[in-house]
Write a protein that binds this ligand. Structure first.
Ligand code: GLY
Ligand code: MN
Ligand code: MN
Length: 269
């Protein structure tokens, strides 16, 4: 019952997505060097409350700089520095239904070259996954697409060495992309529902809602060219499976480099 949403449930999830989208936009407009991660958390939660979404759907993550590489970082108490990226993973509950959005953007309003290259890679991986998120395909198919795109991209950037197939077989990408791609979303942020049926990956069906959240995290002490170290990026959207494919419920939260930089150049402060 919880896995396939009714029209009424979809309306509620649309609203949860819309409120959280506004909160992410607000954080992008508010950020500046010298502020603290908790100031961004406060902006996000203020927007939730002002729109009537009284509760976050989970502990909000605001990780700037190296902290973006810590997957479940919730201390949210470090200063924001120009030159750093900030990763915000925040969603609200609307009448019990969750949204779960991640956006990553530069404190200064402009991505550096290295940040841009890794960001484009995560975004391309996510868009490649979107191509296969449709009825009768599986999360596993989308995950495999993401692993291939990210691994090839890391090889092209010189962060991984060797052949694509060897790297995939040895799972070398897991140093930099160490979590799953998707989970069911609904009354809980990691909602109920099996991912396999009789040992087989469960096919997607119209009315399911899931996240698609690839990331790349280059630890501060990673054994790679230091120019990449301390960059953590995740992009997370909430997709409703439809007859023709999917609808991205969180599309309005800016995520291309040009859309983010354009929005941030008009910061309201
Ligand atoms: N915010 C929890 C998750 O992305 O799964
Ligand atoms: Mn998620
Ligand atoms: Mn999330």
């Amino acid at each position: 019952m919880r896995l396939i949403k009714s029209a009424r449930e979809i309306d509620l999830m649309r609203k949860a997505a819309a409120v959280a989208t506004q909160a992410h936009i607000r954080a992008m407009q508010f950020v500046e060097a010298g502020k603290n991660e908790y100031h961004l958390e406060a902006e996000i939660h203020h927007e939730f409350a002002m729109q009537g979404a009284k509760y976050p759907a989970y502990s909000t993550i605001v990780g700037a700089g190296d902290n973006a590489c810590i997957l479940h970082y919730t201390e949210n108490n470090q200063g924001l520095k120009s030159g750093d990226l900030v990763l915000i993973d925040a969603g609200c509950e609307w009448q019990g239904y969750a949204s779960d959005i991640t956006r990553t953007f530069p404190v200064s309003g402009a991505f550096s070259n290295e940040q841009k290259q890794l960001y484009e890679l995560v975004l391309n991986a996510q868009l490649a996954a979107f191509n296969v998120i449709k009825p009768d395909n599986t999360i596993k198919q989308a995950s495999d697409v993401v692993i291939a795109v990210i691994t090839q991209g890391l090889i092209d950037l010189g962060i991984l060495k060797g052949k694509l197939t060897d790297n995939i077989e040895r799972q070398t990408y897991r140093q930099f992309y160490m979590h799953g791609l998707s989970h069911w979303l609904g009354l809980d942020v990691h909602d109920v529902g099996n991912y396999k049926i009789d040992g087989q990956d469960r096919p997607l069906k119209t009315g399911m809602v899931l996240t698609v959240e690839p990331g790349i995290y280059i630890a501060p002490d990673a054994d790679v060219d230091s120019k990449w170290c301390g960059i953590g990026i995740r992009i997370e959207d909430n997709l409703l499976i439809t007859q023709s494919g999917h609808e991205n419920l969180t599309l309005a939260a800016p995520k291309t480099i040009s859309d983010i930089e354009a929005l941030m150049s008009k910061k309201s402060g």
